[in-house]
Design a protein around this ligand. Structure first.
Ligand SMILES: *Cc1c(COP(=O)(O)O)cnc(C)c1O
Length: 401
């Protein structure tokens, strides 16, 4: 479980002396160390799923650690290119690739795509032909298990991500001379912490994926397993065992006879480097429940409302008081605006700040910042002992028209 290190606590405390609005802070030293540890291997090529956190300085830190970049929109692509990253190091996934977007990606030099439909394959071929170029393509596969109980992906709901093996098997690869079909992409789960569970998922995918590649007459050179590696959000959970993951990936790679395994990590790459500092507005008791009303809520940190899973929270001030359970609420006029139940000191009050951790992934850009006209949170970085503001807070007067 992530704890607030002494320098980060000091940096946040110093910032709160002059700040009145909630803000984010990312520990880039910690991020760099973590990325180095997970990328120091030759079993799986790592990409960064930019949607987890598209902040410029996060992207630059990830670039230095040798990751390439998975983007799902034109906005993400331009943000990555603006950091000086070569378009050849970009992979484009996502079910909504219009002809217009494909054209734009080719014009900007992107050559690697995950195709999620037959139309996408045709449109990529047309665009590649027009540009007189060749593209590297992975087909995104969506697997279903006949027996619901045995479905390792937890549920059998249909998603727009990719196509089933049946639908892909009708594709005739030689109809697309400008496309190099290099492999398959599969990603259908989220936030898993159990290395054994992940290993068993990968294990069960070998047979259908190898069968599909044979049907298509495609050499399965690359297999992209997406993301889905979890991080702990409460004290009972333990971090994923990365060495165990590498061991099962190596096994899997050998068994399926694949040249390259890829993963695009979001949460596992950046989640633990981020903190959200949030002023307490007041404490009150309501029908026997301890409530804390916070300056920021799901307008800055939407994820708890979507997943029903809170980010860990602690009081910035050291308090000797006993702890009790508090319900945390944000400033929006909807009961959805809850940041969870937390054990916090009884003497917590309107001068305090709470620090939410594990907020480096799926934080601000996943949120709904305009509702009720609050200020947008600033984003700070901590690097080599220095705090720097990357994006200032913005008042409603600055963003409303
Ligand atoms: C979101 C996403 C990821 C990253 O997922 P995490 O669970 O955050 O690692 C990877 N690949 C694709 C295609 C995604 O959409």
């Amino acid at each position: 479980m992530q704890t607030l290190s002494t320098p980060i606590k000091a940096a946040i405390t110093e910032l709160t002396a002059t700040q009145y609005e909630p803000f984010y802070l990312y520990d880039l030293d910690r991020l760099a160390k973590h990325l180095k540890a997970i990328n120091d291997q030759s079993i799986v090529k790592l990409w960064y799923a930019v949607k987890a956190n598209p902040l410029s300085s996060i992207i630059k830190t990830i670039d230095k650690a040798g990751f390439d970049f998975d983007v799902a929109s034109s906005g993400e692509l331009k943000q990555v290119l603006a950091q000086g990253i070569d378009a050849k190091r970009v992979l484009n996934t996502g079910p909504a690739k219009s002809k217009r977007q494909i054209e734009e990606f080719l014009s900007l030099g992107v050559t690697t795509f995950v195709a999620e439909s037959i139309n996408q394959v045709s449109w990529l071929q047309e665009a590649a032909h027009r540009h007189g170029t060749h593209l590297r393509i992975l087909l995104r596969v969506q697997l279903r298990w006949p027996n619901n109980e045995k479905n390792p992906l937890g549920g059998d709901s249909l998603t727009p991500f990719g196509l089933g093996t049946q639908a892909w098997s009708t594709l005739c690869l030689s109809d697309y001379p400008n496309l190099d079909f290099a492999g398959l992409h599969i990603f259908q789960w989220g936030n898993l912490l159990d290395a054994d569970k992940l290993a068993s998922l990968w294990q069960q995918m070998v047979t259908p994926l190898v069968a599909l590649s044979k049907q298509l007459n495609m050499t399965l050179r690359i297999l992209d397993l997406g993301g889905g590696l979890g991080i702990p959000y409460d004290s009972e959970q333990t971090p994923i065992d990365w060495q165990a993951i590498l061991t099962s990936l190596a096994q899997f790679k050998a068994e399926a006879n694949i040249d390259e395994l890829w993963m695009e990590l979001g949460r596992y790459a950046v989640g633990e480097c981020g903190f959200y500092a949030n002023p307490v507005i007041e404490q009150k008791q309501n029908y026997g429940t301890n409530q804390l009303i916070m300056a920021g809520g799901i307008n800055h940190l939407l994820r708890p409302a979507v997943t029903d899973q809170a980010f860990p929270a602690s009081c910035l001030r050291d308090s000797q008081a006993d702890t009790v359970s508090f319900s945390l609420h944000g400033p929006l006029c909807t009961a959805l605006d809850s940041l969870g139940e937390h054990q916090l000191p009884t003497d917590i009050n309107e001068d305090d700040w709470l620090i939410f951790s594990q907020c480096g992934a799926y934080g601000f850009t996943e949120s709904m910042p305009y509702f009720l006209c609050h200020a947008l949170p600033a984003e700070y970085i901590y690097q080599a002992g220095q705090v720097q503001c990357v994006r200032s807070s913005m008042t409603p007067q600055e963003y409303l028209r």
